[in-house]
Design a protein around this ligand. Structure first.
Ligand SMILES: *Cc1c(COP(=O)(O)O)cnc(C)c1O
Length: 366
């Protein structure tokens, strides 16, 4: 008996009624941009994130860009960021007018390597932008020390790490600010685009609020050349309906990860180790030098897989000539990494099917 395991399932489930009620409420209100839903979501999301302030913006990419702009980081400045991430981490730096500088990843934790980061610092470096990749915090203690030693801003890309903790501390609250995304596939997703900045710094939050809305200080008075990047009322209301489910969904992700970790994996597959129990498993990557064969084997058993990410960001044509980088660890991971299905709606039978597919893989003989 074969069973189908899609890579993701984005249709609302247990939260359907609440999401529909939220949509109806916004339609009835006749208020669609920067209103009571966004304001309420900002305070609810700040509380859930253990942050003093949250500011809703258009996308996670914009959240990063607006944090940098609010810190007056722009043309002539460098921001150190990992080569293994969604390319948007680095594109956001470029959108702020600054230059992304890539330091290699730690080959085990798969996040930005602190030693490589310190080696990449120049007189132009203004910030470090670690990414909490796949739901696990980067080595924040090391980055806090480096940032304070070199007087740099620590900005956290927490798009894949909602509710994650690092040594018990909430991610996004450890640096000066954190950026998150509500792209539909994220642990807390909207039914469209959305993002947020979280920070403990009231002045920074106020500056991001101004920047997201054209730089206006009051209606039609533009103090600075801001962006147009607002979380809309519909998405904010939908996110408010879903936020109460997030802790339960996170617990389910961790249980699925625990099941995957019990699979007796063949020698040709390695499973990255969990460095922190605050890992929220946005994705569950494994590594194998026989990736094509492994993906075909999984597909044959009805299990969809995807690659996060196939190309190191500095090897992308958009950056390869302007931002070349040596990153052998990221090169190797990009050639071997493959993600198993990981989302709260997976049934126990589907989890078991994924486990069977992994356990039964035999690399092609040569
Ligand atoms: C999704 C994501 C982003 C970009 O978020 P958008 O809302 O799609 O702009 C940035 N960084 C990481 C690590 C992401 O996963």
């Amino acid at each position: 008996m074969s069973i189908h395991v899609p890579f993701n399932a984005l249709r609302p489930g247990e939260d359907t009624a609440a999401v529909k009620a939220a949509i109806d409420r916004v339609i009835a209100s006749g208020w669609f941009v920067l209103g009571p839903e966004v304001e309420a979501f900002e305070s609810e999301f700040a509380a859930a994130s253990q942050a003093a302030h949250a500011v809703g913006v258009g996308t996670g990419t914009d959240a990063i860009t607006l944090i940098l702009r609010a810190l007056d980081i722009g043309p002539g400045d460098e921001v150190i960021t990992p080569p293994l991430s969604a390319a948007y981490s680095a594109l956001a730096v470029m959108m702020a007018g600054a230059r992304p500088v890539f330091a290699d990843i730690d080959p085990e934790r798969l996040t930005l390597d602190p030693r490589a980061t310190e080696a990449a610092i120049t007189s132009r470096t203004r910030a470090i932008l670690p990414v909490h990749l796949y739901g696990q915090a980067a080595d924040l203690r090391a980055f806090e020390a480096i940032a304070s030693r070199h007087n740099l801003a620590l900005v956290e890309d927490a798009a894949q790490a909602q509710l994650a903790t690092s040594d018990g501390r909430a991610v996004g609250t450890i640096g000066i600010a954190g950026a998150t995304s509500f792209y539909p596939t994220k642990n807390l997703g909207a039914l469209g685009d959305g993002g947020a900045v979280i920070t403990g710094d009231a002045q920074l939050a106020a500056r991001v609020k101004r920047l997201r809305n054209g730089g206006q200080t009051s209606r039609y008075h533009h103090q600075e050349a801001g962006a147009n990047s607002r979380l809309d009322e519909l998405q904010a209301a939908i996110l408010r309906a879903r936020l109460p489910c997030l802790a339960g969904w996170t617990a389910r992700r961790r249980r699925i990860a625990a099941s995957y970790r019990q699979v007796p994996v063949p020698a040709s597959i390695s499973v990255p180790r969990e460095f922190d129990p605050g890992h929220v498993y946005h994705l569950f990557p494994v590594l194998t030098p026989h990736r094509d064969a492994f993906q075909a084997h999984c597909a044959g058993q009805g299990v969809e897989t995807l690659i996060h990410y196939p190309v190191p960001i500095p090897r992308q044509p958009a950056l390869a000539t302007t931002n070349p980088a040596m990153c052998p660890a990221a090169d190797r991971v990009c050639s071997e990494v493959v993600s198993l299905p990981m989302y709260p709606a997976l049934s126990d039978d589907q989890v078991a099917a994924v486990a069977r597919a992994v356990a039964s893989f035999q690399p092609p003989s040569r």
